[in-house]
Design a protein around this ligand. Structure first.
Ligand SMILES: Cc1cc2nc3c(=O)[nH]c(=O)nc-3n(C[C@H](O)[C@H](O)[C@H](O)COP(=O)(O)OP(=O)(O)OC[C@H]3O[C@@H](n4cnc5c(N)ncnc54)[C@H](O)[C@@H]3O)c2cc1C
Ligand code: FES
Length: 290
């Protein structure tokens, strides 16, 4: 897929949850070929060189007809803070679309689920809209969304997505909205109550959550497709800084390194060697709420 560098016009910026902002960018050339799961590299510095490096962000929504895409981001450091301060009408240098996209379900798959933790909801929303359209084509198709955050004020409103027939449920670490516990607890609860085990799971979130979701999926023989993060300097395969350990294609016990920016960010969870990740992801705690 061709990648493009474009000066994107910032049309709208809005705070949507604690430390979380949504921006709308007009960039018709990038939008034209963007697919859910892919990402852009954004040059944040408006003057000078701080921060020096571009920052990666997933496509949160893609509006091809209008030449617009949206980014949903959490403020975690200087780059994202500066981005949150950008004014409507300003321009940003953006390169994209980069990386691979989420595959749509295969012909035999009818029940699918999205699992999102924290800002991992960002790429899942565009995918959720596409899956809602996919589910409408056949009565037997169902889409679940399991969305967890630390507390209710960190959950991003899902707007129209919830009215598209997706069965959404929520968890928070402190029980302030939805179930008290993790996304994995939520998935267990849903399978228990509905009796429906997804045939494919899409996930994005913090590494520990992704590792726990992958372990859950492997145990239940559910195919899991994960969008993984890694610290990126170039985003285009030039710096070799985003490597993660994955199974060798000819010998699954041997590790090789995959570049998240080129071979990902979307991976089949069985290809990732979770135990070789640095730092090693730990299983999230099970929460006990009063
Ligand atoms: C493919 C991809 C897609 C992404 N999509 C989104 C998105 O849609 N929304 C969003 O909010 N964020 C997303 N991120 C993460 C985002 O790029 C980082 O949060 C951002 O670069 C931080 O920049 P900063 O200058 O604010 O923080 P920095 O000052 O660079 O770092 C602040 C802290 O965040 C940590 N950090 C920085 N980058 C990452 C990272 N990639 N993963 C984990 N920890 C990191 C640093 O180690 C440090 O502790 C994505 C990352 C990747 C690789
Ligand atoms: S970020 Fe430079 S090679 Fe992936």
């Amino acid at each position: 897929m061709p990648k493009t560098q474009e000066k994107a016009r910032l049309l709208e910026t809005r705070r949507v949850a604690d430390d979380t902002h949504r921006i709308v960018l007009y960039a018709p050339r990038i939008t034209a070929t963007a697919r859910p799961g892919q990402f852009v590299m954004v040059r944040i510095a408006s003057e000078g060189a701080d921060p020096l490096l571009n920052r990666p962000f997933s496509f949160h929504r893609i509006h091809k007809d209008d030449g617009l895409f949206e980014i949903l981001f959490r403020v975690v450091g200087r780059g994202t803070w500066l981005l949150s301060q950008r004014k409507e009408g300003s321009s940003l240098d953006v390169i994209g679309p980069l990386g691979n996209a989420f595959p749509m379900p295969e012909a035999q798959e009818e029940i699918v689920a999205l699992a999102a933790g924290g800002i991992g909801i960002a790429p899942m929303v565009e995918l959720g809209y596409r899956l809602a359209d996919w589910a409408r084509e056949k009565d037997s198709r169902q889409v679940f969304l399991f969305y967890g955050a630390r507390t209710a004020s960190e959950l991003v409103p899902l707007g129209k997505l919830e009215r598209r027939g997706i069965r959404a449920s929520f968890s928070t670490d402190d029980g302030s909205r939805g179930s008290c516990g993790t996304v994995v607890d939520l998935m267990d609860q849903s399978v228990r109550e509905s009796g429906l085990l997804p045939q494919r799971l899409y996930a994005c979130g913090p590494l520990a959550m992704q590792a726990a979701v992958a372990a859950w999926a492997h145990e239940k023989d559910v195919r899991a497709t994960m969008s993984l993060e890694s610290v990126m300097a170039c985003g285009i395969g030039a710096c070799l800084g985003c490597a993660l350990p994955a199974a060798h294609p000819d010998d699954s016990s041997r590790a090789r390194h995959v570049h998240v920016c080129k071979e990902g960010p979307v991976f089949d969870s069985r290809k990732i060697l979770w135990e070789k990740m640095e730092p090693t992801p730990v299983r999230p705690l099970t929460f006990v709420c009063s």
